[in-house]
Write a protein that binds this ligand. Structure first.
Ligand code: FMN
Length: 209
């Protein structure tokens, strides 16, 4: 299956067969997340893999009783470690060593980032975290399609409760719950806006198509 096919085939799946997911498939999903791009290669994504039925039930309750949470054989709780954004000097060094960035980045970019980090608000960090972690989550989602698994992004949950259930520390934020399993439904394509409602040409408000 190529990427276009996976994109077209993907649906949010909310009914799962009880079949367990082999460990190598879980690993492949997590590996797909690991390879995602991120700003300054910060890689802020962190994951908690849940198989325990009691924990799933508690997460279902924290997610306003959405039943696909409790029914999934595995839930990957996708988080952002906000401390990861402070580790940019190490990340920049690695990028320079790998040849991705020129040497002079050290003198130019690191002071610029340091200044930004001294004044950054939590809200701004959360925006960066959401953008970066969303890419990793969608890697998992599309990889799952290729290996015959279904997933559903879940963002409707009580943050504090999820953190408490899973012992998630203060500096780590929950970005999504991802129930995963063999699909037990085959939904048709959900409605989407047309491209001409989404795309502007040259200036916002001017048509492209
Ligand atoms: C950021 C995000 C949050 C979502 N939160 C939930 C959720 O809490 N519960 C749920 O059942 N679906 C959730 N969804 C799934 C959407 O309802 C779904 O993507 C949308 O209706 C389009 O359907 P499709 O994914 O099958 O194409 C979420 C999707 C995204 C991307």
């Amino acid at each position: 299956m190529d990427v276009s096919e996976a994109i077209k085939k993907r649906r949010s799946i909310r009914k799962f067969k009880p079949d367990p997911i082999p460990e190598e498939k879980i690993r492949l999903l997590l590996e797909s997340a690991r390879l995602a791009p991120s700003g300054t290669n910060t890689q802020p994504w962190r994951f908690v893999v849940i198989k325990d039925n009691d924990t799933k039930k508690k997460l279902q309750e924290a997610a306003h009783n959405q039943r696909h949470i409790g029914r999934a054989p595995v839930i990957i709780v996708c988080c952002a470690d906000l401390k990861a954004f402070k580790e940019f000097p190490e990340r920049v060094d690695e990028l320079i060593e790998s040849g991705a960035l020129p040497e002079r980045t050290r003198e130019v970019f690191i002071p610029y980032l340091k200044k930004g980090m001294d004044t950054v608000t939590k809200d701004a960090l959360m925006v960066a975290a959401a953008a970066n972690v969303a890419i990793a989550v969608e890697h998992i989602v599309l990889q799952a399609v290729e290996i015959g698994l279904g997933t559903c992004w879940v963002r409707w949950y009580e943050d504090n409760k999820v953190k408490e259930i899973l012992d998630i520390p203060e500096h780590v934020e929950v970005m999504a719950l991802l129930p995963i399993g063999v699909p037990d439904e085959d939904p048709s394509r959900r409605p989407r806006l047309e491209l001409d409602q989404l795309v502007n040409g040259e200036k916002y408000g001017e048509g492209y198509f």
